[in-house]
Design a protein around this ligand. Structure first.
Ligand SMILES: Nc1nc2c(ncn2[C@@H]2O[C@H](COP(=O)(O)OP(=O)(O)OP(=O)(O)O)[C@@H](O)[C@H]2O)c(=O)[nH]1
Ligand SMILES: [Mg+2]
Length: 294
């Protein structure tokens, strides 16, 4: 059997639904999702192998302008990923393109990178707005194809896969057909904890945390995880822990329940909160947490 592969990079503003789309395509959660912008911080690869075709998707942070060390590294991740993209899946909402989007499209045009436009969230938007957005976007860039879809319901996702399959090239598979993501399990576990924080806490606190795995051990029928939540202020630590430890308990409970479903076994999860002043600018810590160097 001759095999084919296609590499596609999901790009777009924060919060447009890139990670939701990736999860919908893969059929399992590989990238965390939240209603708050700047949820994804690193590049995450999701893999779908169907018959003789392997689709490799790169999810990445939304276009941002970084001010802290962390923000700059996220911006660098976006920049590197855009440079390396073979095919861009440019995800947008049904609005006219903003400045950051226009800038990225300009770069894609300069590099000659082919792009498919995805107008997401069609489950929640009237048709006229979708059509208006399509004409506004196609006026600034020559897209190979335009696909309105709903990452949430899956409506239209098959059309995107069909477009990508047409662009797949004959080659051996790059990943084991069983593999869904490139993220180590321990890193994924931390991401799920961070996701629960994005849901349970206001914007400022979860955006100021980083997670590190202290230990991840598997024994018969049980995964035992010890994770450290770094935050930059004493006041944030108090909020994360909550009255009598109630908030941290709720974060851990939600994360544990989800991880038990994900791993298909019992999970023991213990999270500690540590204050590390100005960690967003601490180069050593950013390196050890796996953020791209500037
Ligand atoms: N109604 C609707 N909401 C959606 C859809 N896709 C994503 N969302 C919501 O949009 C929000 C952002 O989704 P994410 O997938 O985290 O967005 P993102 O583009 O990865 O965001 P960053 O990682 O911050 O760049 C979440 O609340 C999703 O539930 C969709 O098709 N329809
Ligand atoms: Mg994301």
């Amino acid at each position: 059997m001759s095999t084919k592969t296609v590499f596609a990079t999901l790009m777009g503003r924060p919060n447009v639904g890139k990670s939701t789309l990736l999860n919908q395509i893969i059929g399992e959660k590989v990238s965390i999702v939240s209603p708050k912008p700047q949820t994804t911080r690193t590049r995450i690869t999701g893999i779908l192998t169907r018959g003789e075709v392997q689709y490799v998707f790169m999810d990445m942070p939304g276009f941002i302008t970084g001010r802290t060390g962390l923000g700059k590294r996220m911006e660098q991740t976006v920049s590197d990923t855009v440079e390396e993209a073979e095919i861009a899946v440019f995800v947008a909402e049904a609005k006219a393109p903003g400045e950051a989007e226009k800038r990225m499209l300009k770069r894609l045009a300069q590099m000659g990178t082919p792009a498919i436009l995805v107008i997401n969230k069609i489950d929640a938007i009237p048709k006229e707005r979708i059509l208006a957005a399509i004409s506004a976007f196609t006026a600034v860039f020559e897209f190979e194809a335009v696909i309105p879809l709903s990452a949430r319901t899956g409506d239209g996702v098959e059309l995107l896969l069909r477009e990508l399959e047409e662009r797949a090239e004959e080659s051996p598979f790059f990943f084991d057909p069983e593999q869904l993501s490139d993220q180590p399990e321990a890193v994924y576990a931390c991401e799920v904890v961070r996701e629960k924080m994005l849901y349970l806490l206001g914007q400022e606190v979860p955006h100021g945390v980083a997670l590190a795995v202290e230990s991840f051990e598997e024994s018969e029928g049980l995964i035992s995880i010890h994770a450290v939540i770094y935050c930059s202020r004493e006041s944030h630590k108090g909020i994360i822990i909550g009255k009598g430890g109630a908030m941290l308990k709720e974060i851990s409970r939600r994360a544990r329940e989800e991880l038990e479903g994900h791993f298909g076994c019992k999970v023991f999860l213990k999270c500690y909160v540590k204050v590390k002043r100005d960690w967003e600018n601490n180069r050593g810590l950013l390196d050890s947490l796996g953020f791209t160097r500037e």
